[in-house]
Design a protein around this ligand. Structure first.
Ligand code: 8X3
Length: 247
């Protein structure tokens, strides 16, 4: 039997690293793609995967990824993404907005476009795009990120329409509050106090492993089953603004 192969972008930390580990545990050979060489190499060594240094926003870098993947691919997890800043629209930083669109939408498109032939060649490919509850609603200070994650959602829906007669499924996993080492820290430019405040008093935010579990479930359904979208939140977050905090 051929070894099933998966690509995970943004594999250097958080949901990406957890998903790479989880898919490897399910028997996939995982191509661990991210910008930080030391991290992708360590992860690939740990799980018997293949490290590829890749910035999804850079076309040449994505080409290198496609070459490393080769002619056949079973699963693509488009996880690379992120939020930068949390200013109201009236004070928005154009560069931050561009970076968010670049990684959450254009990067996802570039990787998908490059790897689609290999996914289709497998005869039963799956693309799992990591969206967000921020792609479902609006919240104050979030417009740059929510606009980008709405973009992730709509690109996913469009692809599913465009590829309706091809042997590839197009899915989205959209998490709510997930506590990872880097998401909020990056959003707030390294300000640990602001990052910690996001999760203050929340009994149990989701972990990267919870989301990796959901992604792996979506990616391992039988080939005729397309999980269009899976929204996953901690019990403490009934809605974006409705968060139980014990303070
Ligand atoms: C992350 C969810 O609530 O920080 O994608 O926008 S949120």
């Amino acid at each position: 039997m051929t070894t099933r192969r998966a690509v995970v972008t943004g594999a250097s930390s958080g949901i990406g690293a957890a998903t790479a580990r989880r898919l490897a545990a399910e028997g996939f050979e995982v191509v661990c793609a991210a910008r930080r060489t030391d991290r992708v190499e360590a992860l690939a060594a740990e799980i018997g995967g293949i490290p590829v240094v890749c910035d999804v926003t850079d076309a040449a870098s994505v080409e290198t990824l496609a070459e490393a993947v080769g002619p056949r691919l079973d699963v693509l997890v488009n996880n690379a993404g992120g939020a930068f800043g949390m200013s109201p629209v009236a004070e928005a930083d154009s560069d931050e907005w561009r970076r968010m669109y670049d990684v959450n939408v254009i990067g996802l498109m570039q990787v998908t476009r490059a790897l689609l032939p290999a996914l289709i060649a497998s005869g039963a490919g799956v693309v799992v795009n990591v969206g967000s509850t921020a792609g479902r609603v609006a919240y104050e200070g979030g417009a740059g990120y929510t606009a980008a994650k709405h973009g992730t959602k709509v690109v996913t829906e469009t692809l599913r329409l465009e590829l309706y007669d091809q042997p590839v499924r197009i899915c989205e996993v959209a998490p709510g509050m997930v506590r990872t080492d880097e998401f909020s820290l990056v959003r707030f430019g390294g300000d640990q106090e602001r990052a910690d405040a996001v999760y203050a008093g929340v009994p149990d935010p989701l972990t990267a492993d919870d989301v990796a579990d959901a992604i792996t479930w979506v990616a391992t359904r039988p080939p005729h089953v397309n999980v269009d979208e899976l929204v996953i939140r901690p019990r403490a977050q009934a809605a974006q603004h409705k968060v139980h905090r014990v303070l």
